[in-house]
Design a protein around this ligand. Structure first.
Ligand SMILES: Cc1ncc(COP(=O)(O)O)c(C=O)c1O
Length: 380
């Protein structure tokens, strides 16, 4: 068995080779930030924000410190606060639920679908009350949520959608990048994510100008930014804002990688299809998707009742498999089973017990893919 990242025969996340390939570009960008005699406020994000928005076909992108920050800023921009309810799922990172509580709102959990583990839209309808303000679908593992149906509900009931696409950069839904049907969407660009910085970073995007302006203000102390002015930041605090912009050095790294997004996502899809072909006749449950969804597979996840044993055996052989969100969020000590909706989440609980994430990243060689498939066939 190995626990040292360096020793994995097949690591889960992309890293070393990509960084090596982009080394010169990244170092030039970092030098530019570091030795620029005057870095004007947020100006170094502008190229990344513009390129990001055009890459995913959205009007506005706002570079933030992390997806966690992006979720908090988005909820704030939607005027969510004390007494409001936000509907989401229990199979997510704690950032999703913590973002709701930190601004004083109430977390309402609904169950997920059996086929792709995204929010169950029918359950959303029955969880809406007069206090509900926002729905947060989570595109876990790069599986897009059914946002056409959610948009219909949100429009009928006067709600907003803040999509947590932290793990879903590159995923498409109805031929658009995820986020198209939401009011605001957040992706994580942290290290080890499909499009990664080398620390923490995130991006919020939207087609709504006013919401983009609000997120941008809340991100930057509530002060207006105009790079045609000197200094570009106004002295006045237009709103009570925070200091949550993306670190400029991380912005340089993400900008260097962005042109490869499509290529890397296609490679993930190719590996996912190999997993599917090899495992579809085995005694494991594989995710399946609606015709609208074109996932990006930040992980390829399988369900098996022998999950823990399989995880140990795979890792012993040098393959970095892993579990996700165990126990499910409502069973964590910090929430102590107290969240609204938490007594009726059978699918969420099943996947916490049975889900195993297989390595998937565009740096995987044919030899590594074949090795994982061979070990899986042997162990299943
Ligand atoms: C579903 C989900 N939401 C939010 C986050 C938070 O992302 P970040 O680490 O960029 O704050 C994560 C992190 O992995 C996540 O998986």
């Amino acid at each position: 068995m190995t626990s040292n990242k360096e020793q994995w025969i097949v690591p889960r996340a992309q890293g070393y080779s990509t960084n090596k390939k982009l080394r010169n570009k990244i170092i030039r960008g970092i030098e530019n930030v570091m030795f620029n005699p005057y870095v004007p406020g947020n100006a170094e994000f502008k190229p990344l924000e513009a390129k990001f928005a055009s890459t995913i076909g959205m009007n506005h992108a706002i570079a933030v410190q992390s997806a966690t920050a992006g979720l908090i800023l988005s909820l704030r921009a939607c005027n969510v606060g004390l007494g409001d309810e936000v509907i989401t799922v229990g199979n997510s990172d704690i950032s999703t639920t913590a973002a709701i509580s930190i601004i004083g709102a109430t977390i309402v959990l609904v169950d997920i679908l059996e086929n792709d583990y995204t929010i169950d839209v029918e359950k959303v309808e029955s969880a809406i009350t007069e206090r509900t303000k926002v729905i947060i679908p989570v595109d876990l593992y790069g599986h897009p949520s059914d946002c056409i149906a959610l948009r219909r509900i949100a429009d009928d009931r006067g709600l907003m959608i803040v999509e947590d696409a932290a793990l879903a950069i590159g995923a498409k839904y109805d031929n658009h990048h995820v986020g198209y049907y939401a009011d605001l969407t957040t992706v994580s660009l942290a290290a080890a994510k499909p499009l990664s910085s080398s620390g923490n970073a995130g991006m919020v995007f939207t087609n709504n100008y006013e919401l983009a302006e609000k997120v941008s203000l809340f991100r930057g102390y509530g002060r207006e930014f105009d790079d045609s002015r000197n200094p570009p930041l106004s002295d006045e605090h237009v709103v009570e804002g925070f200091n949550l912009p993306m670190d400029p050095l991380q912005a340089v790294i993400v900008l260097s990688k962005l042109p490869y997004l499509e290529e890397w996502t296609e490679k993930r899809r190719m590996i996912a299809s190999k997993y599917y072909d090899a495992l579809c006749n085995k005694d494991v449950k594989l995710p399946s998707f609606s015709d609208y969804a074109n996932p990006s597979f930040s992980s390829y996840v399988i369900l098996t009742s022998n999950r823990d044993e399989l995880n140990v055996e795979m890792r012993k052989r040098g393959i970095e498999t892993g579990t996700h969100y165990v126990p499910a969020m409502h069973k964590q000590e910090v929430y102590k089973n107290q969240l609204i909706g938490c007594s009726n989440l059978p699918v969420t609980e099943r996947i916490a017990d049975e889900l195993l994430a297989l390595p998937i990243n565009p740096e995987m060689s044919k030899k590594q893919i074949d090795f994982v498939l061979m070990v899986l066939k042997e162990l299943l």
